[in-house]
Design a protein around this ligand. Structure first.
Ligand code: IPE
Ligand code: IPE
Ligand code: MG
Length: 253
């Protein structure tokens, strides 16, 4: 175990109400609200991102401890390049800092560090840290921490279509063999099951180009809490709610 047990009473009580045999296998999170968290405190937006990294540290540990198998975090979208350069730089630096600071402990705790998205557009130092972290941890068997970086759901689908079209052109795939399974195998998430639970913080009720194909039957959970204020308590609430839902997948009971 990474960390001592739940550290406040409310959290402990809520944890008792969660069925540890029915933990969602894959949780995806749109970590939103860092900028507004900072603005509320009259701080620059980058302070919000820094505070958001603390939340990441804590949530990754909790997910690992309660037996989540995959945690996909939306860290930088294909649209986030529109932001001012200093904010983009601050985000990239935080990524490097996080990986450098956590790698040893994550590795010791059997976490696999993985990424999805076109990382070739990221600064070299980010690419290097990501690839090193992945190589070092890929044989681990615990939680897979999957960082979505320069990730966009539409971009992912376009990329898949191009790659499949090339295979058809080269006569490696017959058109009739193209089905949902084959398309899934051409996505960044080819080795990862679809998310069971998607959480978005900060009160926005939208998907913002995240995992468009993969969330067809994912359970959605929204909270007004800004990401830097998101605590294990909120995660447990989301999981408890998830466990009360009836997932029908179009069938009847
Ligand atoms: C989420 O917080 C972090 C990233 C998108 C990288 P925001 O920066 O979007 O914060 P708000 O939504 O402006 O408050
Ligand atoms: C989504 O948040 C992207 C990430 C959390 C990385 P945004 O803040 O970029 O989304 P919009 O612009 O509010 O839809
Ligand atoms: Mg936002």
């Amino acid at each position: 175990m990474f960390f001592k047990n739940a550290n406040n009473l409310l959290e402990k009580e809520l944890l008792k109400e969660i069925d540890l045999d029915k933990i969602p296998k894959h949780i995806a999170i749109i970590m939103d609200g860092n900028g507004r968290w900072a603005k509320k405190r009259n701080l620059p937006r980058s302070f919000g991102h820094k505070a958001g990294v603390e939340t990441i540290r804590e949530i990754v540990k909790v997910c690992s401890n309660i037996g989540v198998k995959y945690l996909t975090l939306y860290a930088f979208s294909t649209e986030n390049w529109k932001r001012p350069a200093d904010e983009v730089n601050a985000l990239m630096n935080l990524l490097v800092e996080y990986l450098k600071g956590e790698l040893e402990e994550l590795h010791k705790n059997n976490v696999i560090i993985n990424y999805i998205g076109d990382i070739s557009m990221l600064p070299d130092i980010c690419q290097r840290e990501l690839i090193n972290s992945n190589i070092k941890t890929k044989k681990n068997t615990g939680l897979m921490l999957n960082l979505a970086l320069n990730y966009g759901g539409r971009n992912e689908i376009v990329r898949a279509i191009k790659n499949i079209a090339k295979e058809v052109y080269n006569k490696n795939i017959e058109i009739d063999k193209i089905d949902e399974n084959l398309i899934s195998n051409y996505l960044y998430t080819s080795n990862i099951p679809d998310p069971d639970l998607l959480i978005r913080t900060s009160g926005e009720l939208r998907i913002s180009n995240f995992l468009l194909w993969q969330i067809a039957y994912t359970e959605l959970w929204f909270t007004d809490v800004y990401w830097p204020d998101f605590k294990p308590y909120h995660l447990y609430k989301a999981i408890k709610d998830y466990q009360s839902r009836d997932r029908r997948f179009g069938n009847v009971k």
